[in-house]
Design a binder for this molecule. Structure first.
Ligand code: PMP
Ligand code: GLU
Length: 398
């Protein structure tokens, strides 16, 4: 008997999490694997945030939480959006959940009908396509390669729009490429969207603080002409090194926030009380920690880019944000080491794991075959060693 639904059978497992799990297993077996697969800060959560969580335990924050989150946290998020992004959202428009991942999935499930088209510029984070499939939507991927810095143009967006387009899913700074759209580039996309009022814009801003560009970060919701149909996805995972606490949010038009709350009320309820109090401390407390971590990531970006550029055959751009490098590896496809043939980027990622003991993720997981993703959220020493190992393993391919 096959007990598994069509819905779940047709989903791909998360390859970022799978690669990370595989490298943890190899490590447990005593192999010195350097894990550059999963994207999560390697820093510990700042002390004042941990203290807030401990205080919440002692103050008996142990009861069910309101489905969309504590009002105090939603207010703190509304203040953050006004202060840092110059956008106005009432606390009622904000829904807190178990990570940005859950809120993104909620928004998609709450707005996409079967057969609706969702435009996804690719490379894109592993979960976008699968979430749209879960909602029985149709993914319309718009590829942009390394030569265009992985960014789509207004013309490319316009060409992808049809009367069935329901949503545009944008991520800047981007996972997996690190590319950052400038305000002018976003404005170009907004001008297209102004002509198509049926499209909801979902802007995944989870890497907003990990941005090394001089211009800084522009939120999609800051464009007045589309603000009433723009949803921000964000959370504490990346900016405050809190991936395991599982707190993220959507800031959305009220009707969408209410629909998300209804959905969340039926299948997970409100997010963890303790984690919400910690997140509140993150948003209301001192912000220096954010800049300190960003500067460490910038230093590592420079290190990894410089070392990757020394490796023959790797095509590397300079990412403006996030903590990923997305080199093109096509020069190695079709090569071999003894009787092992590298047929595609997945083979190359497995080869690097077996031969160099470095875990990466194949570009095809992000709808971008011919690339691999390296997360440089690791110590400088690990990164330098990983790049040396990768260079040595690639040099063996003939
Ligand atoms: N969006 C992007 C682009 C991400 O890389 C991640 C990290 N997994 C998420 C959303 C989800 O983050 P979280 O669920 O940890 O808040
Ligand atoms: N965003 C991270 C990554 O892409 C975390 C893993 C995940 O949730 O997919 O590696």
């Amino acid at each position: 008997m096959n007990f598994i639904s069509q819905r779940v059978s047709s989903l791909a497992a998360s390859q970022t999490l799978a690669m990370s799990q595989k490298s943890a297993e190899l490590r447990a077996a005593g192999i010195d694997v350097i894990n550059l697969s999963v994207g999560e800060p390697d820093f510990f959560t700042p002390q004042h945030i941990k203290d807030a969580a401990k205080a919440a335990v002692d103050a008996n924050f142990s009861f069910y939480t309101p489905v969309p989150g504590y009002m105090s946290l939603r207010k703190a998020i509304a203040d953050k959006l006004a202060r840092e992004n110059g956008v106005t959202f009432a606390p009622e428009q904000i829904v807190v959940g178990n990570g940005a991942k859950q809120e993104l999935c909620n928004v998609i499930l709450a707005t996409v009908n079967a057969g609706d088209e969702v435009i996804i510029p690719v490379p894109a984070w592993v979960s976008y396509v699968e979430m749209v499939k879960l909602a029985e939507g149709v993914c319309v991927t718009v590829p942009a390669g390394i030569d265009s810095n992985f960014k789509i143009t207004p013309t490319m967006l316009e060409a992808a729009i049809t009367p069935r387009t329901r949503m545009l899913l944008l991520c800047s700074p981007s996972n997996p490429t690190g590319s950052v759209y400038s305000a002018a580039e976003l404005r170009g996309l907004v001008e297209v969207l102004e002509r198509h009022p049926q499209i909801i814009v979902v802007s995944d801003e989870i890497y907003e603080h990990i941005n090394y560009t001089d211009e800084g970060f522009t939120s999609m919701a800051s464009f007045a002409s589309i603000a009433d149909r723009t949803v921000i996805i964000n959370g504490v995972s990346k900016a405050y090194a809190m991936t395991g606490w599982r707190i993220g949010y959507c800031a959305a038009p009220l009707t969408i926030a209410k629909a998300v709350t209804k959905l969340q009320g039926q299948y997970t309820s409100g997010a963890s009380s303790i984690a919400q109090k910690a997140a509140e401390a993150a948003y209301t407390g001192p912000q220096e920690c954010v800049g300190v971590m960003r500067e460490a990531f910038r230093r590592r970006r420079d290190l990894v880019v410089a070392m990757a550029r020394e490796i023959p055959g790797l095509k590397v751009n300079e990412p403006g944000g996030a903590f990923y490098l997305f080199p093109q590896v096509e020069a190695y496809i079709g090569k071999r080491c003894a009787d092992r043939v590298i047929n595609d980027d997945s083979d190359l990622a497995m080869y690097l794991l077996d031969e160099a003991h470095v875990a990466t993720v194949a570009g095809s997981a992000f709808c971008a075959p011919g690339y691999i993703r390296l997360s440089y959220a690791a110590s400088d020493q690990s990164l330098a060693e990983a790049m040396r190992r990768i260079a040595a393993a690639l040099a063996k391919l003939q």
